[in-house]
Ligand binder design. Structure first.
Ligand SMILES: Nc1ncnc2c1ncn2[C@@H]1O[C@H](COP(=O)(O)OP(=O)(O)O)[C@@H](O)[C@H]1O
Ligand SMILES: [Mg+2]
Length: 230
């Protein structure tokens, strides 16, 4: 579904992604792991067209999207949930879900979104700023579903959340996988990552150092923790 080949990204003089290649097959959940500054967020931003200076091949569903503007990439079904969640704090839950006019062919009806996130239905007219951290994350994940994303890029969705909420988010991601969504997840929490993902790419200093099958996480955990600095 997503195929990235020899991707380079720059912030001014700074050469941040130094030729990374990876792929995500339809229906897979794949993580990018690596310590702070490794280039994980830059990788997601490159895919959605939010990094001006990037080179390399990015194919989505067989189409070269590297030259497309972000809104055209989103319209093809690529949804992005940034680390800061990207929701509108002063708008209500329902306004956050309906403010974008983008409705792809796979857009979820609101009823289905609320079946997955009952907590959001109970807070329909509450401002996003007044939701708990977990509810905000759910709203952030709900937005691309309403727009019709088939492929989700999630940047550290469990960061700062209590363990019980992390588990809830894990359940949501498993349900999305069952519903044939494809997910590329940036994650620092190895245990969480291995509880939902099929494969993992370890990023070190702007490169992909290693690809691991999920079954390899347990056997290489000590080495990985050293790489991750956790
Ligand atoms: N807007 C920016 N301008 C300049 N440098 C940046 C910017 N964003 C990130 N960087 C640098 O790029 C590198 C990779 O950052 P990032 O992709 O955010 O890493 P990660 O998400 O793995 O923590 C880091 O060295 C970071 O300091
Ligand atoms: Mg990051």
């Amino acid at each position: 579904m997503l195929e990235v080949r020899d991707l380079h990204a720059y912030y001014g003089e700074s050469h941040v992604l130094q030729g990374i290649s990876f792929n995500v097959a339809r229906g897979e959940v794949v993580t990018l792991i690596g310590r702070n500054g490794a280039g994980k967020t830059t990788t997601l931003k490159s895919v959605i067209g939010d990094i001006a200076d990037r080179r390399g091949k990015i194919r989505f569903d067989g189409v070269d999207i590297a030259a497309l503007p972000p809104e055209r990439i989103a319209a093809r079904g690529v949804g992005y949930v940034p680390e800061d969640r990207g929701i509108f704090a002063t708008l209500s839950v329902i306004e956050n879900l309906t403010i974008s006019s983008l409705r792809g062919p796979d857009a979820w009806p609101l009823a289905e979104v609320f079946a997955l996130f009952p907590a959001l239905k109970a807070r329909l007219h509450q401002r996003a700023a007044r939701l708990s951290g977990g509810e905000q994350q759910m709203l952030a994940i709900a937005r691309p579903l309403v727009m019709g994303s088939r492929f989700l890029l999630l940047d550290e969705p469990t960061e700062g959340l209590a363990p019980v909420i992390v588990e809830l988010i894990g359940n949501v991601l498993r349900q999305l996988k069952e519903r044939a969504l494809t997910i590329l997840l940036v994650e620092q929490n190895l245990r969480f990552a291995s509880s939902i993902a099929d494969r993992h790419y370890l990023m070190v200093n702007g490169r992909i150092a290693k690809m691991l099958k999920n079954s390899e996480i347990a056997t290489e955990e000590a080495e990985l923790r050293e790489f991750l600095g956790v």
